[in-house]
Design a protein around this ligand. Structure first.
Ligand code: HAM
Length: 419
């Protein structure tokens, strides 16, 4: 039975239409090129992971607690669509035996992530990330390296007005004491906090510093700052990261309230924003160190650091500017059978495709309409085929820019099309 309403895409997901592809592929291409220039190898992990693995990202993390796409049980497995890639990459590093390769492992991944968040511009339910991970390295040099790599990707893609925010959130040794202090500080303010913040006070007080609510800003400003309560090891790491960034000429802002939305972070956390913008949904790339994640997944304790860039957000920013990427024609050559020359047209198209992308207009329509199609495709040449000429294996080749037209033997076409 025909439906009265046509079926549309699910809420919060988008089609990437052909016109948007060149800029997207270019942005992804620059990501891969920059990662490889830094010695990173590509990895592909499944979009589906076990729920248990994803829980290790942090059960109080919004992406896990509120936004996870759970799949129905299949057998004994409880599966979900990945909301982020780091947990899966760490799993694959151990499961795939990369522990036996050169350490640390430098890996990158480009692929879709899924979060059932409230859709808005820049926040999609299916979105693509460029992930970069260094697994098996604890030195501050790796933290600075992934930050520099993120910067090179963003500037290479064409975004050079950036703001880098940086913080250290300590580790298992210093954070618990700090969290006690934070709780003590917030306890008398409890009734003035939002319902969400009251839950955070109990379960994950660090996230109180993430609050965007106007009336909670003043509380934050007077709260003890984690970067002032680091243990000597974390303080030394924090100093080293900043020294390395200074010597690389990478400017940053120390944001003492930057704690990040995922629970697995230790020590360094960072976010890149477009210059001038604020607010979580605007972060173009973000990441940090996750020294406890491998052990949380049940593998031997192994440090790691990395980031993920939001490909959709970067492309949105670039697309808002005057066209930078030259549109690639859908087909460089259009073969136009005039009259009954379809079979011959298919054969000529095959010859042209040896050197140029080629489409055939099989539709019966006026010659003028066929020429308009050539223009819309962005074609540079039209090959006009008439049945009488086809029997002699010749056609007329027209160059659209100049209008110059000449008779050409089919087999000369590749040479004439500049192949
Ligand atoms: P994240 O901050 O959740 O971190 O996401 C990283 C980036 O993905 C964000 O900065 C943003 O550009 C993009 N992003 C996040 N959510 C959305 C969305 N709903 N729509 C569009 N873009 C979005 C992570 O995922 C960590 N795994 C990063 C990491 C890697 N940390 C260490 N290694």
């Amino acid at each position: 039975m025909p439906r009265t309403e046509p079926i549309k895409a699910a809420r919060g997901v988008r089609d990437i239409l052909p016109d948007a592809i060149p800029l997207r592929r270019r942005t992804e291409g620059i990501a891969a090129e920059v990662a490889q220039r830094y010695g990173y190898q590509e990895i592909v992990t499944p979009v589906i992971e076990q729920r248990e693995l994803i829980d290790r990202v942090g059960e109080d993390t919004d992406a896990v607690a509120k936004e996870l796409y759970r799949l129905e049980k299949r057998g004994s497995q409880n599966l979900a669509l990945r909301p982020e890639a780091t947990a899966g990459v760490v799993r694959a590093y151990f499961e795939g035996g990369l522990t036996k390769g050169p350490q640390p492992s430098r890996l990158y991944l480009i692929g879709p992530m899924f979060r059932h968040d409230k859709p808005q511009k820049g926040r999609y339910r299916e979105f693509y990330q460029f992930n970069v991970e260094v697994i098996g390295g604890s030195s501050a040099g790796f933290d600075a390296e992934v930050i520099e790599l993120a910067r090179d990707w963003l500037t290479g893609a064409g975004l050079d007005d950036l703001r880098l925010e940086l913080n250290s959130i300590g580790d298992d040794r210093c954070r618990p004491t700090y969290l006690e202090r934070l709780k003590e500080y917030y306890a008398p303010l409890r009734t003035e906090l939002s319902a969400d913040s009251q839950v955070r006070l109990e379960r994950n007080p660090l996230r109180l510093l993430d609050s965007k609510l106007p009336h909670e800003q003043a509380f934050k400003e007077r709260a003890p700052k984690i970067s002032e309560h680091l243990c000597p090891e974390c303080a030394a790491h924090w100093d080293a990261v900043r020294r390395l960034l200074d010597s690389a000429g990478i400017e940053y802002v120390h944001n003492p309230y930057l704690v990040r939305g995922l629970d697995y972070y230790t020590r360094t956390v960072f976010e890149f924003y477009p210059g001038g913008a604020t607010g979580q949904q605007d972060a173009l790339a973000s990441g940090g160190r996750y020294d406890g994640l491998a052990a949380a997944e049940g593998w031997p304790s192994t440090p790691g650091v990395g980031f993920a860039g939001g490909i959709d957000r970067v492309v949105d920013q670039l697309a808002a500017r005057p066209a930078e990427v030259a549109m690639k024609p859908a087909a460089e050559v259009l073969v136009v059978p005039d009259g009954d020359a379809s079979l011959a047209a298919a054969e000529v198209a095959r010859i042209c495709r040896r050197v140029r992308s080629t489409a055939v207009d099989y539709e019966v329509r006026s010659f003028a309409a066929k020429m308009r199609l050539a223009g819309n495709l962005g074609a540079r040449w039209v090959v006009i085929m008439r049945p009488a000429q086809a029997t002699q294996r010749v056609a007329r080749l027209r160059e659209i820019a100049t209008g110059a037209e000449s008779e050409v033997g089919w087999d000369e076409l590749p040479a004439r099309l500049g192949g």
